[in-house]
Design a protein around this ligand. Structure first.
Ligand SMILES: Nc1ncnc2c1ncn2[C@@H]1O[C@H](COP(=O)(O)OP(=O)(O)O)[C@@H](O)[C@H]1O
Ligand SMILES: [Mg+2]
Length: 249
């Protein structure tokens, strides 16, 4: 565990204490404690239904039904597995939808350029590939200059190659802008590639925390990763010697 988290000298981007959430009398989250430092990249793993999205939504301010205390920056952006673009608005208008500043089109173009989609500014969402649509969703998050970026399995629906490219893009964008990031994923390798820490949500709370200290950019073929990868898979209840390393839902 990092010793600099949760101390008085450091104002964290996220501070969750004793958070709980029940649906219809069933306790999904219980006594969740979580700190994310400014600029820190945290991956949140856990089996399907373990409460990852529930926790992310609470941190994102989308759920008022939790108990306990929760602090998060006012400036945050969320990217979901589905791009959630509005079909009858052009790509650039989607990017700046709800932004109340001047020079919207120029801002949208800068953000689209960062995700390699400047050429698609005037396109309709329906004409984009799945990977492109997720990159637009990232541009829409970036244009808000968030202090906290919440990513809920943003590449879960992409094919393997597109997913690798999108992961590398997120790594680059994070290095350039340094928001705090909470990335929900069920992909151990994605966590190892991108995060400073990987947390495992189990039995309704953060059951395990793994520091990932390798310098970036990283490659999953690095031998240092194999031990961590095994530990994480075991923590997730997956056989690390199974033919495929990814934990699929
Ligand atoms: N709005 C809701 N109403 C009822 N049950 C919910 C609601 N949201 C989530 N749940 C339940 O809470 C549990 C955790 O869900 P979720 O946070 O989506 O899991 P994960 O993202 O880890 O797959 C699941 O059993 C799910 O059915
Ligand atoms: Mg989920």
């Amino acid at each position: 565990m990092r010793s600099d988290l949760g101390t008085d000298t450091l104002t964290g981007a996220v501070r969750v204490r004793g958070a709980g959430r029940a649906f219809d009398g069933r306790q999904v989250l219980r006594e969740v404690d979580l700190d994310i430092a400014p600029g820190e990249f945290v991956a949140l793993l856990g089996a399907s239904g373990s409460g990852k999205s529930t926790l992310l939504r609470a941190i994102g301010g989308l759920d008022r039904g939790f108990t306990g205390s929760l602090e998060a920056p006012g400036s945050k952006a969320i990217v979901f597995q589905e791009h959630r673009l509005i079909p009858w608005m052009s790509v650039w208008r989607n990017v700046v939808l709800g932004v109340r500043e001047r020079g919207l089109e120029q801002r949208a173009r800068i953000a689209l350029d960062e995700v390699g989609l400047a050429a698609k500014a005037e396109a309709w969402p329906a004409t984009l590939s799945g990977g492109e649509a997720q990159r637009v969703a990232l541009a829409r998050a970036l244009v808000r200059h968030p202090d906290l970026l919440l990513l809920d399995e943003p590449f879960g629906a992409l094919d393997a190659l597109t997913r690798l490219k999108a992961q590398a893009l997120v790594g680059r964008l994070w290095s350039r802008h340094r928001p705090a990031v909470l990335l929900v994923t069920h992909d151990v390798e994605e966590a190892l590639l991108l995060a400073d820490r990987a947390l495992v949500l189990r039995d309704g709370h953060i059951a395990e925390s793994f520091d990932i200290t390798d310098p970036r950019p990283r490659s999953v073929v690095e031998p240092e990763f194999s031990a961590l990868r095994r530990e994480l898979l075991v923590a997730l209840g997956v056989d690390p010697d199974a033919p495929t390393g990814a934990h699929h839902e």
